[in-house]
Structure formats: structure tokens, C-alpha cells
Design a protein around this ligand. Structure first.
Ligand code: HEM
Length: 454
């Protein structure tokens, strides 16, 4: 897919007009290739169907309006929640209004700059463990790297949140059940974009509900144990303790045990799937463009086990940013209008879906220089800097921005550097990855690389 052009793989677009039913079929297969090429140059696109209307907005000013200008007028749609609620309950990812605001007031302090620094040793330990695990795979034979990056990202979450490594019995089980759950939940994207009949998400998720119950039961064990440790004064100083002991500055309330279970579930889901996906793509990209790999490896030679080391990894950070641009783990986000709106002179009714698409915005042909090229150097150019402000949102933006954005920037750059310090990566030419969007942007048949020790 990439190699005739020298560019990284991009899914083929569908023809400009197809029937609704064909669209729905394409959609089920993959939302990325279900879209027409014109979305890469459009400021807005309206989809009218008998069941719903949706507006994809790519105009930076409109994106700004929805995410930053009047975010309260564009809440998350309930329908996305329907598919996720069995697992995530009333987690911050799904709630709106006052409940959501209160949850953010309790969660956000745990992820602020100062606290982030405190998570560094746990991230470093997870990086060392990942490098060690890869040693057995660094034989020059093809390795499916997404399985490895998932493992590493899950390890980062358990270590930073609960001070336990992935080898811990409960951690390993949660990780395993999450994988099963994801296989049972293929309908998520469809449910989000095609509001259609309200029964649809429920219809598809009976088995997913069972795995969700299992996962939550395991998380309850972790949070109960932690509550007891907090009460006894023996709790480790990690993200879970921080969140469970923080009182809302406005109401003075803390999370109830069941609310904490909801939040832990979203930290695992939002925190490990996304980082794993981005790290998989970043590793493939440096393997495909070895001149960047060598520059990053040279930089990684300066690594030290302290938070300050991250600021020096400039090339690696630009590579990580570029991977998040080309393969944003969350390719699209959906909001709903709560009143009639006018978008670029067109009337949008109340209850319409507003689709924000990092995937399209990041490759917009009217905004970016060489949008489909892999060029980490762009971040140091004027176009790159302007686009970073106006047309780059791998973590969304505004008050509902990803709580883990700073965390993920630190984690991604660190793991990339630690892996490139230890190994040389090469692509497997007959196994070029093919991007498809499931819960996150993944490769249809995994991401295959050859690793050898440096
Ligand atoms: C490369 C890694 C990551 C990417 C690309 C990413 C991306 C995103 C995006 C785009 C959203 C907004 C979704 C929407 O509004 O529909 C989001 C929300 C969220 N993310 Fe992340 N994320 C990453 C890592 C993390 C990590 C490591 C954590 C936590 C440890 C995390 C926790 C959350 C939470 C709790 C929300 C919900 C925020 C809210 O709705 O108020 N994410 N993330």
C-alpha cells in the first residue's frame, strides 16, 4: 500500500457516492475506508439519511467552536454510551454536565505536571521490562509488535495507577479480559456514528456485557484493597491513591467506591489501547524510514532515568507527534447538538451528530504541507507549527481534552527511546500494515517488524 509512493499506508477512499446500505456495510468493515476522498479537502460534510443527520467538521474555526467555544452546547451523545456503559458505568469518558465537571475536578490534579513527574519511575520500570521482554524476540525473525506494545502500555497503566506490574495476578487477568472484551465489541464505531434505532448497541453486546462484568469484578478487588490501605495509612503514593484521596474543591466530596471503579475502567481502556496503537505505528514508521530511526537512536544514547531526560529527546518527540498525526489512535469523536445551529451557513437541527475527525484534519490537504508524508521535521517548520495549533488534536482539545495527554506524551517518547536504544528495527516488506479503525486505529493484520539488538 505504501511502497509505490514511498508514503506511509493510507486506506483507500470509497467512491464519492454510494447507497446508504453500501455505506453501512463499509462502515461496519472499517470507518476509515468508508469515507470518500473529498473529506480530506472539505471544511464540512453533511450526511443526510432517513434516520439521522451528521456533520463532519474539519474547519478549524468550527472545531474550535465545538470543543472550546461552547463545549457545553455539544455534549457527548448518549448513544455512544449505550455500547460502553456496561464496562465504563458513569465514567468521566461518558458523563456530561455537572457530573462530568465534578469528576474532572477530582481526576485532573492527579495528571498535572508535578504529579506526572512522580509517575516517571514507574514508566521507566515498565520501559525496562518491555525491553527485557523483547530480548527473546530480537532474533531477526518477524515479530507482531502490537501485542508487545499492548503489553507494555498495560504495564505502564498498572504500575502508575496501582503500583503493580502486569505480572500481578489481577493485573494480568484484567489485561486478558480486556482483550476478549474488545473482540466482543466490534459494534462500537457503528453505534457511535449511526444513531439509528436505540436497541442497536444492546443487540450486539450480550457477550460483551459478560466480559464487562468480569473486568469490573476484578477492578473492585483492586479498589477495595486500595481503600483499605488508604484507611490503614499504608497506601503507596500513586495515581489511584491520589484520585481516591482528592476531594472535589467545590463540594468537598470524594469518589464513592463504585465511581472509582468506573474511572479505573476508563483509565485502562483509554490509557492502554491508545498508547499501544500509537507506539505500534511509531515503531513501524521508524523502521520504514531508517534515517529517522538512526537519529532517534543517537538521541536515546543520552537517556537517563530521570524526568529531565524527556526534555532532551527532541527528535523522538517529533517522531511521536508525527505518528499521532498520521495514525491518531482516536480517529473520530462525536458530539450532539442541543439546539438548532448554523454551521458554515447551513442549518443543523437539534439532535444532529457532530463528527470531529482527527483522522481527516491531520491529513487535510488545504492545511498541511505534504499531509500524507512521514516527516517529523515538519514540526520545526512554520506550517507544522501553525497546523499544530489549528489542525492537530490527537488528544482532542478544550475542557474535555484527554486527561492523559501529558502522560501519554511522556510515556510514548520514553518507550520509543528505550526500545530504539536497545534494538534496530526493520520492516517486513510483504507485511505492510493496513490501517483500520476499530476501537482505535490499528493495523488489520498486526504490525510486523524484525528486531535485532543494537
Ligand atoms: C496516545 C495516547 C492517547 C490518545 C491518543 C488519547 C486520546 C484521547 C482523546 C481523543 C480523547 C477524547 C475523546 C472524546 O472526546 O470523544 C481522550 C479522552 C480521555 N482520555 Fe485519552 N488518549 C491517550 C492516552 C490516555 C491515557 C494514558 C489516559 C489515562 C491514563 C487517558 C485517559 C483519558 C480519559 C479519562 C478521557 C476522557 C476525558 C473526558 O471526557 O473528560 N488517555 N483521549
Amino acid at each position: 500500500m505504501s511502497d509505490e509512493t514511498g508514503r506511509p499506508p493510507k486506506p483507500p477512499a470509497r467512491p464519492d457516492s454510494v447507497s446508504l446500505w453500501r455505506y453501512l456495510r463499509l462502515f461496519r468493515a472499517d470507518i476509515l475506508s468508508a469515507q470518500p476522498a473529498r473529506l480530506y479537502r472539505a471544511w464540512m460534510a453533511e450526511f443526510r439519511t432517513p434516520f439521522f443527520r451528521s456533520y463532519m467538521v474539519n474547519d478549524p474555526a468550527l472545531v474550535d467552536l465545538v470543543l472550546k467555544g461552547r463545549p457545553d452546547d455539544f455534549p457527548k451523545s448518549d448513544r455512544i454510551g449505550a455500547g460502553l456503559r456496561p464496562l465504563l458505568g458513569e465514567s468521566v469518558f461518558l458523563t456530561n454536565g455537572e457530573t462530568w465537571k465534578r469528576q474532572r475536578r477530582i481526576i485532573d490534579p492527579a495528571f498535572e505536571g508535578g504529579r506526572l513527574k512522580d509517575t516517571f519511575p514507574a514508566m521507566w520500570a515498565a520501559g525496562e521490562a518491555a525491553v527485557e521482554r523483547l530480548a527473546a524476540r530480537a532474533t531477526g525473525r518477524p515479530v507482531e509488535i502490537e501485542a508487545e506494545t499492548s503489553h507494555a502500555a498495560a504495564d505502564v497503566i498498572f504500575r502508575t495507577l496501582f503500583s503493580i506490574p502486569i505480572e500481578n495476578e489481577i493485573a494480568a487477568e484484567v489485561f486478558d479480559r480486556f482483550r476478549t472484551h474488545q473482540r466482543e465489541q466490534p459494534i462500537l464505531n457503528l453505534a457511535a456514528f449511526v444513531p439509528g434505532p436505540r436497541w442497536m448497541p444492546r443487540f450486539f453486546s450480550r457477550r460483551a456485557k459478560a466480559t464487562a462484568r468480569d473486568i469490573r469484578r476484578l477492578i473492585v478487588r483492586l479498589t477495595d484493597e486500595r481503600a483499605a490501605e488508604i484507611a490503614a495509612g499504608t497506601a503507596p503514593d500513586d495515581l489511584a491513591t491520589k484520585i481516591m484521596t482528592t476531594a472535589d474543591p467545590v463540594t468537598g466530596e470524594r469518589f464513592t467506591p463504585s465511581e472509582m471503579v468506573d474511572q479505573v475502567a476508563i483509565f485502562f481502556l483509554a490509557g492502554h489501547e491508545t498508547s499501544a496503537s500509537a507506539l505500534g505505528w511509531a515503531l513501524w514508521l521508524v523502521a520504514r524510514y531508517p534515517e529517522w530511526q538512526e537519529r532517534a537512536a543517537a538521541e536515546a544514547a543520552t537517556l537517563e532515568p530521570s524526568f529531565a531526560t524527556l526534555a532532551r529527546l527532541r527528535v523522538t518527540r517529533d517522531i511521536w507527534r508525527e505518528a499521532l498525526r498520521l495514525y491518531p489512535p482516536v480517529p473520530m469523536m462525536v458530539r450532539e447538538t442541543t439546539r438548532a445551529e448554523t454551521f458554515r451557513g447551513r442549518a443543523a437541527p437539534e439532535g444532529a451528530q457532530v463528527v470531529l475527525s482527527p483522522w481527516h484534519l491531520h491529513r487535510h490537504t488545504r492545511l498541511w504541507d505534504a499531509p500524507d508524508d512521514f516527516d517529523p521535521g515538519r514540526w520545526q517548520t512554520e506550517n507544522g507549527r501553525r497546523c499544530q495549533r489549528e489542525a492537530y488534536m490527537p488528544f482532542s482539545a478544550g475542557p474535555r481534552v484527554c486527561t492523559g495527554a501529558g502522560f501519554a506524551m511522556a510515556e510514548g517518547v520514553l518507550l520509543l527511546a528505550m526500545i530504539l536504544r536497545a534494538y534496530r528495527l526493520e520492516v517486513v516488506p510483504e507485511r505492510t500494515p493496513r490501517p483500520v479503525a476499530h476501537l482505535t486505529v490499528r493495523s488489520a493484520d498486526g504490525i510486523w517488524l524484525r528486531l535485532t539488538p543494537r
